[in-house]
Design a binder for this molecule. Structure first.
Ligand code: 2HA
Ligand code: ZN
Length: 275
């Protein structure tokens, strides 16, 4: 088989596959959405032969001590998920973080490009999730999941309202995200303010919803992080289908049923969201 170079390395291959999976779902119109992966030591060593002379250090406007010296694979600002497979070196790249934990520089890819406009949000979320999971979390994903976005026009923008609506729209949900989801009010994307607000939510939750914008999910690997977004979006879709019938709701998953699921599956549901 032909040598695929850096594209044959598992972390890069998995990263690209997740981008195309998100594209296939219809969550990445134009340059919508972004993905970052905090590389393991073995990922960095496997990719290092392909690194070029590093670019200039660029300050991020956010800082995290626990991410100093880390390497991330990231999608590019203004780049299209749709093009990741045909133009990977322009669409994504690898950045190194400096010892102060406040700047990045490009070591591979991102040709004529820079990291995603949401890199500050990804970075702060990585910092919080790394700490919350003892280093297990490695992936942060932002997508424009259609049904989730639509829900932010009709549900009160509280963690409790969204968590309950999603838990009750698909039986798997309380098992997949027992702590619930966080909800961020509408904010200007791309800056430090939304990054800090989102990372506050990610101290508690694996997923956060940006009102009228999209969804953030986190996880230890690509499968789990994509699966979380997929589960949340699917549940929101079911919620919409039920609403769209205009029929009265005759039955739903009761709070006691949610408790029973949690007990049998051995997960701790966020009690603050139960009646
Ligand atoms: O990358 O999705 O939030 C484009 C966006 C900004
Ligand atoms: Zn977005």
């Amino acid at each position: 088989m032909a040598d695929k170079g850096i594209y044959g390395i598992a972390c890069v291959e998995g990263f690209m596959r997740m981008c195309m999976d998100g594209w296939d779902q219809g969550w990445h119109e134009r340059n919508g959405g972004n993905l970052t992966y905090r590389m393991k030591e073995e990922d960095i060593e496997a990719c290092r032969p392909y690194f070029h002379t590093p670019g200039e250090w660029v300050k991020m406007g956010v800082q995290a001590d626990n991410l100093a010296g880390e390497y991330f694979i990231t999608t590019g600002s203004g780049k299209y998920f749709r093009n990741v497979e045909i133009a990977p070196a322009e669409s994504l790249g690898i950045v190194e973080i400096n010892d102060a934990g406040d700047s990045w520089r490009i070591v591979w890819g991102l040709e004529n490009a820079k990291p995603t406009s949401e890199f500050p949000s990804h970075f702060m979320n990585h910092s919080v999730r790394k700490a919350a999971t003892n280093g297990a979390n490695r992936v942060i994903y932002h997508c424009h999941a259609t049904n989730v976005i639509a829900l932010t026009y009709v549900l009160p923008l509280t963690d409790r309202d969204f968590s309950r609506a999603l838990w009750k729209s698909a039986t798997e949900c309380p098992v997949v995200f027992p702590e619930g989801v966080g909800v961020c009010p509408w904010m200007v994307p791309g800056g430090a303010d939304i990054a800090v607000a989102t990372s506050e939510l990610m101290k508690t939750y694996q997923a956060a919803i940006w009102a009228q914008h999209g969804l953030f999910t986190s996880g230890p690997d690509f499968d789990i992080t994509f699966g979380l977004a997929h589960t949340i979006e699917k549940s929101a879709e079911i919620y919409w289908k039920v609403l769209a019938t205009g029929q009265p709701i005759l039955q739903t998953i009761t709070d006691d049923a949610l408790r029973s699921i949690a007990k049998d599956f051995g997960v701790q549901l966020n009690e603050a969201f139960l009646d």
